[in-house]
Design a protein around this ligand. Structure first.
Ligand code: GDP
Ligand code: GDP
Length: 460
């Protein structure tokens, strides 16, 4: 069972262009049964290692203005019902129009999963439109340029968990047999899922030569990066579905992709966009450092990026096999970590050797723990008891003689944990007091190494 994606949106936003990019020439046969309209095109889409069915709802340009709204609505509803997920496209150059709002309405009511895409987003002319798209209430828009192939990795990252979910469902429904692929059979990317748990999304990032490929190869236990799933139309989307010590994971790897493309890019600096892509994809980001040159500018930048994007972070120090003064070095590393990355306080620091495999089990466990913390939910009652204690211990400041009152708090979200505190004069709260609360949350509820968001909200 494969995923079905419907591309919906008003005429001219670029649906067909994206459809053609995803499907290429792999068009499905046209359904010639009488009574079946040809308004919907269907094809086999590919994106990286993902295979799925794409439905395009274009082909309405001939309609007269009068009938357009109605036809568009009916066609879209039909596509939405056929699909597992809808890619709702707006034109970022035009911005959000009333017709877009109408579509958003249909989708909110009718579709199980919606991916919002702001298309034609190449260049700054689209910035305003992308921002407007947030206002549709359908989540964060993906910046896309169907014509130029930009944003495909983000699309991939949005589709991939859904595709995994479908594959797992299919595996649950299917009888439990182990399928052995004949030797040399093409890796189709999705092996039948052994377990129904959603694979944990992990990115291994770090400067060139830190040992990313070596690490991933070691985890795989074979040199699969060189022979892994073929590169699809996207040059950059690459992830590997593996079971590491029995944990289903998807590992996003930039280094492997480059090697596979046989491009001499190893000397090239890890670009911000590479890092950003990997970080966006991930739930847990493993920042891999070279023990000989740890915490370089690039390492710090990517670790900070991961924090700002709200990902769980594990720092792994590689090439520990060649380190001679291990105790002393470890002390230095911990000190540097605290000093240079205070925003990641408490994140696990694991020493490994990708070459020998030492420390990899600890890395595995650290990833699971970081993921667990990232997902943690603190009950409201416990939070408010805790808040009372914190306020007594260290009362909030009283700017201009009026004490800021913190009344109530709750955890609004997880992944990463986000808290909301109701208070008077939130704008007057000094950052130091917010920090006091965040650090307290981290220590008292045992949430090391995850970004923690704290929002102050005024009342009335
Ligand atoms: P549809 O009616 O939604 O299927 O839209 P089309 O795919 O036919 O595209 C409408 C117009 O927008 C065409 O002229 C495309 O060349 C153009 N277009 C599509 N995608 C992009 C894009 O990413 N950037 C820009 N600048 N133009 C695009
Ligand atoms: P990448 O650019 O981050 O993918 O780095 P590579 O995996 O290509 O590794 C760069 C170099 O470091 C290679 O020569 C590896 O053999 C070496 N290397 C990687 N991991 C280790 C390790 O744990 N110990 C030692 N001694 N060398 C390593």
């Amino acid at each position: 069972m494969s995923l079905t994606l419907a591309i919906v949106g008003r005429p001219n936003v670029g649906k067909s262009t994206l459809f053609n990019r995803l499907v290429g020439k792999r068009l499905a046969l046209v359904d010639d049964q009488p009574g079946v309209t040809r308004d919907l095109r269907e094809g086999e889409g590919r994106l990286g290692d993902l295979r799925f069915t794409v439905i395009d709802t274009a082909g309405l340009e001939d309609a007269t203005d009068d009938s357009l709204q109605g036809r568009m609505r009916r066609l879209t509803e039909r596509a939405v019902d056929m699909a597992d997920v809808c890619l709702f496209m707006i034109d970022a150059r035009t911005g959000v129009t009333p017709t877009d709002e109408m579509f958003a309405d249909i989708l909110r009511k009718r579709s199980k999963h919606v991916i919002l895409a702001a298309n034609k987003a190449e260049g700054a002319a689209a910035d305003a439109g992308v921002l407007e798209a947030y206002g549709l209430g359908l989540g964060e828009p993906i910046r896309l340029s169907g014509e130029h192939g930009e944003g495909m990795t983000d699309l991939y990252a949005a589709l991939m968990p859904l595709a995994d979910e479908m594959a797992d469902k299919a595996a649950e429904d299917a009888p439990e047999t182990d399928v052995d692929l004949p030797e040399g059979a093409e890796d189709q990317g999705e092996t039948p899922a052994i377990t129904s748990a959603k694979p944990l999304q992990v990115a291994v990032v770090g400067r060139p030569n830190a040992g990313k490929s070596t690490l991933i190869n070691k985890i795989l236990g074979e040199d699969r990066l060189l022979t892994g799933p073929e590169a699809g139309i996207t040059r950059d989307a690459i992830s590997l579905r593996i079971d590491w010590n029995g944990t289903p994971m998807r590992i996003f790897d930039t280094a492997g992709m480059r090697k596979k493309a046989k491009v001499q890019e190893k000397l090239e600096k890890l670009s911000v966009s590479d890092g950003l892509r990997a970080v966006k994809f991930a739930e847990v980001v493993v920042v891999l450092l070279d023990a000989a040159i740890p915490f370089e500018q690039q390492d710090l930048r990517i670790a900070d990026l991961a924090e700002r994007e709200g990902r769980a972070v594990v720092v792994a120090v590689n090439k520990w096999d060649v380190e001679e003064h291990k105790q002393e070095k470890l002390r230095e590393l911990k000190e540097a970590f605290e000093r240079l990355l205070p925003q990641l306080r408490g994140a696990p620091l694991v020493t490994v050797s990708a070459k020998t495999g030492r420390g990899l089990d600890r890395l595995h466990d650290a990833i699971l723990r970081a993921y667990d913390v990232w997902n943690r939910r603190v009950p409201t009652a416990a939070l408010n008891r805790w808040l009372t204690g914190m306020l007594e211990q260290h009362p909030p400041p009283a700017p201009q003689g009026r004490r800021i009152k913190l009344r109530y708090m709750t955890q609004a979200k997880t992944r990463p944990p986000g808290f909301v505190v109701m208070c008077s004069h939130p704008d007057k709260m000094p950052a130091s007091y917010t920090r006091y609360l965040v650090n307290g949350l981290r220590d008292d509820f045992d949430m090391p190494g995850t970004p923690i968001r704290l929002t102050l909200r005024g009342q009335g």
